[in-house]
Ligand binder design. Sequence first.
Ligand code: PEP
Ligand code: MG
Length: 578
Amino acid sequence: MVSFALHGIGVSGGIAIGRAHLVSHATREVAHYTIPLAQVPAEIERFAAAIGEVQRELEGLHAALTSGDAPGEFGAFLDVHWMILNDPTLSEAPRRIIAEQRCNAEWALTLQMGVLVDQFEQIEDTYLRERKSDVLQVGERVLKRLMGRPGTLPAPSAEEQTILVAHDLSPADVIQFKQHHFAAFLTDLGGITSHTAIVARGINVPAVVATHNARSLIRDGEMVIVDGSNHVVIVNPDRSVLAEYRLKQDEFELARQKLRRLRSKRADTLDGIHVELHANIELPGDIDQALKNGATGIGLFRSEFLFLNRTGLPSEDEQFEAFREVAVGMQGMPVTIRTFDLGADKHKEELDGLTRVAPNPALGLRAIRFCLAEPRLFLTQLRAILRATHYGNVRILIPMLASASEIDQTLAMIARAKESLHEQGVPFDPNVKVGGMIEIPAAVLAMGAFLRKLDFLSIGTNDLIQYTLAVDRSDDAVSHLYDPLHPAVLRLLATAIAGATKAKVPIAVCGEMAGDLQLTRLLLGLGLREFSMHPSHLLGVKQRVLQSDVAATAALIERMRRTDEPEKLGLILGRLNG
Ligand code: PEP
Ligand code: MG
């Protein structure tokens, strides 16, 4: 077996050694995995159930049409879909594929759709050839049902670690894989602060993205070493390399254990400055890890993850239960709930009808823009958050604010949500703090309104860098341009922190920069006193805080602020960390 190495971007540190498990994705992000023989009947059953659900869906649509005054061609169109759905080539063939290839139902259906589309393309008659799109639409309906109720991934074997190898993974995929205890992730695509990378970091497993062709070069079952700290993947290592990495793995684990001793130590610098170290979480279950790593609060609860990996939208009660769980679990420590930031790379199919396929999703109807355009959904969530304020120290954080009028509209919505709860006699904290994320350069350049109207601020450096440098954070083709140390980024950070400090408005950083050890002293020097990061980074950053003397770095920081020569910045940073 040939041994070879691949290079990518290590987005989550540590070393994993295990067997490759390939996950494929078709155009619509359809996962492909093998299933154990014993699971075949259940998988066929899952497929049959999805077909049944779509049958009922089409029947429902038909009934609604016939009772209304819709034009007759809609009925005919539904009849065509009904026929396609019930044709054995679509409803039966995938069952055979599941059994023969021992693959998941989504994949079997995707394969069969490919076969059908090829057949349609051969047809001479234009009308019939165009029915290809109907086949695709029906197939998509079934896929949607299947994906709303994901199948079970093969359990990792007890004695061997499993390394997931995929062309690309969505943040929702990674959250779903979370329960399966994979040892590491590898993807062909992805950028350092893509949400996929962020979630992988949260799971605390090594991950390397942007490997370009790992998915096509690595075969199922091959031995793989993933070194997330050094951005490298070694496939089929020889014995000596394997031994060397096992040693490194032990050393890494030892260092991690040592850090655990810092868990309940106060985060004070050598010159006595206290720093709050908060955790970023995606789901309520993440608070265990936050507490284990000594978080003194939740600085960012990315509430949009409650919307992913499920059919339909979460109700007010469901959201409230999730928020209350975190509020109670954090025992009085601050819990900052960010209102949902859907759009861009966090996609929710049910909302497609409300948005439309944006030509440029990162600049489109995302985050607060979407919430203000869909007040009903926003009010539901605001009510849920407000109700949770009664059970702990909950604050509201608004993403992607760009202007004073957006702040005003948001505050008006919060007032409306409060009013409705008040009328119903539902308890909540009327003085709940409302903060805004600084993620768009405009927010820093016109910060006065933010300082006057909001109770606290949190800098989302992942987006701030993306929007300052016009570099898509999830596109590996431009990841070399994604530079947290770009003088423009540093200047914006310095301005925001200084402005907020002067106005006595608390300010945090909750983007990935907050968890980067190389940047801790820089951020402290710029005046930052509140950091929020993935729980896995908390203890490392705390150790760095404990070893830092902020006053002693003042001159170096001043030089960094003044220079716009990247090489000099690099040198000064080296000295700062030396
Ligand atoms: C950020 O942009 O830095 C941030 C924390 O928000 P998200 O990564 O969820 O966009
Ligand atoms: Mg953001």
